[in-house]
Design a protein around this ligand. Structure first.
Ligand code: THU
Length: 155
């Protein structure tokens, strides 16, 4: 798998090695098999790298009442936080309809906001797995400009 780092300043600044990105991408893809997505058929996996090197995985978990459904990214973040880990470096996301990765799967707005709670927008990397062994690298700040976070409550 290749991640083009030439497209933007953010991509070339990403400190993760190609090997680490590939490892996280493999884990994210593997997680899609655990997704519980009987309603949308859209299976998503995520692999979250903490600053201490730990990796937390997640998948989407849907619900017959639809509203309580949880995205793969939030599953991974909540698993980590519930284990006492709150500092994160990057998340890799893979997903698609019926288990097929036909395009990149960028995080939904709710997941971006959850990341904003724990991550520095300029130093947290969101990496999508696309088809044909390609992907994109973004900062959280790129995907959530002027995000509202804990610092905004300080006045
Ligand atoms: N989903 C995720 O898990 N992550 C994303 O980044 C986008 C969407 C899930 C939510 C729902 O279970 C299904 O994909 C279709 O929206």
């Amino acid at each position: 798998m290749e991640w083009d780092r030439s497209e933007s300043k953010q991509q070339s600044a990403c400190p993760l090695s190609g090997n680490m990105i590939r490892k996280l991408a493999d884990l994210a893809i593997r997680q899609t098999a655990f997704a519980y997505a009987p309603y949308s058929g859209f299976t998503v996996g995520a692999a979250l790298l903490a600053c201490d090197g730990q990796i937390f995985t997640g998948c989407n978990v849907e619900n017959a009442a639809y509203g309580p459904s949880n995205c793969a990214e939030r599953t991974a973040v909540f698993k980590a936080v519930s284990e006492g880990v709150r500092n994160f470096r990057a998340i890799v996301i893979a997903g698609g309809k019926d288990g097929q990765i036909t395009g990149e799967c960028p995080p939904c707005g709710v997941c971006r906001q959850v990341m904003m709670e724990f991550c520095d927008p300029e130093n947290f990397w969101i990496i999508t797995v696309g088809p044909a062994h390609t992907g994109h690298i973004y900062t959280l700040g790129q995907l959530l400009p002027k995000g509202f976070g804990p610092a905004n409550l300080e006045g």
